[in-house]
Ligand binder design. Structure first.
Ligand SMILES: Nc1ncnc2c1ncn2[C@@H]1O[C@H](COP(=O)(O)OP(=O)(O)OP(=O)(O)O)[C@@H](O)[C@H]1O
Ligand SMILES: [Mg+2]
Length: 253
């Protein structure tokens, strides 16, 4: 795990700090968009969060459709993994939950759309967030979308955030906007090598899962260049090639 500024402190110090920041920021953004002053907090609203319905079982988490303050919402709960040591599992789920809620908020600063965080329960490893009504980019991929995914990736990297799981299934497109999800493996890094790992993964996804879109990766790179510029992009792409070569070398030895 990278960037653990609260290491060694009371184990709830980091969650407390992060969560208060998220709530303040997301409330501000939500306020601008919905003209609402309080998106969460009231205990009555917790009670009114009726009958969550499981809509997806991800590799990491269970995704429930629920309601929050009268709006459709998603509850993402990282369920315990039986193959992990119990204590380690608890720590990982808690950290990823806080990490995800935190980066989901910070990403908005770079102009990226991400779900608004309504509520976080680190102990339960649960995030309640805005429900994004739309289609998964994986299912509706087009050249224009590939370009937009590239643009988003560069915006995220422009504030030194590496997503950590940059795949097309972590993007949703609704009528007017692209939304990036799933920040549980995100971290801060300025290293070209780290940024390149995001590009290597999306390159692989675009090449294998989306053969039907011709030039998908090229469109992605076009979008990336439009934000990062040619020089920086070329440097990162060189690093992607290096990582790929290392992978090939490791496979034949
Ligand atoms: N806020 C949201 N609004 C609408 N759909 C969502 C939202 N969050 C998650 N989903 C849906 O649930 C799926 C899984 O969510 P997410 O990627 O956050 O969890 P995960 O456990 O990491 O899953 P995976 O292993 O598939 O990446 C997403 O691909 C998306 O279809
Ligand atoms: Mg995901």
């Amino acid at each position: 795990m990278k960037d653990e500024p609260f290491a060694g402190q009371d184990e709830d110090a980091a969650p407390k700090f992060v969560l208060s920041t998220i709530f303040a920021e997301d409330n501000l953004f939500a306020g601008l968009r919905f003209k609402a002053h309080h998106v969460f907090i009231s205990s009555m609203q917790v009670i009114l969060c009726l009958q969550p319905r499981l809509i997806k079982k991800g590799a990491e988490a269970d995704i429930y459709l629920t309601t929050w303050a009268g709006r459709k919402a998603i509850s993402k709960i990282r369920s315990p993994k039986p193959y992990r040591h119990v204590e380690l599992d608890r720590t990982i789920r808690k950290q990823r939950t806080i990490r995800e809620a935190n980066f989901m908020s910070i990403a908005k600063k770079a102009g990226i759309e991400s779900p608004y965080v309504y509520f976080v329960d680190p102990k339960k490893a649960e995030i309640i967030m805005e429900f994004i009504e739309g289609r998964n980019v994986k299912d509706v991929i087009t050249p224009a979308l590939c370009r937009e995914v590239g643009r988003y990736s560069a915006l995220l990297h422009s504030i030194n955030i590496v997503h950590g799981d940059l795949t097309t299934s972590n993007f949703i497109i609704d009528k007017k906007r692209l939304v990036l999800l799933d920040f549980g493996l995100s971290y801060y890094s300025e290293r070209t090598e780290d940024v390149a790992t995001d590009l290597r993964l999306i390159k692989e996804v675009l090449a294998s899962a989306h053969i039907r879109v011709r030039g998908a990766y090229e469109r992605f790179v076009e979008g990336y260049v439009s934000i990062a510029g040619k020089k920086k992009t070329v440097r990162i792409l060189e690093n992607v090639r290096e990582i790929e070569q290392r992978g090939r070398y490791a496979r034949v030895t």
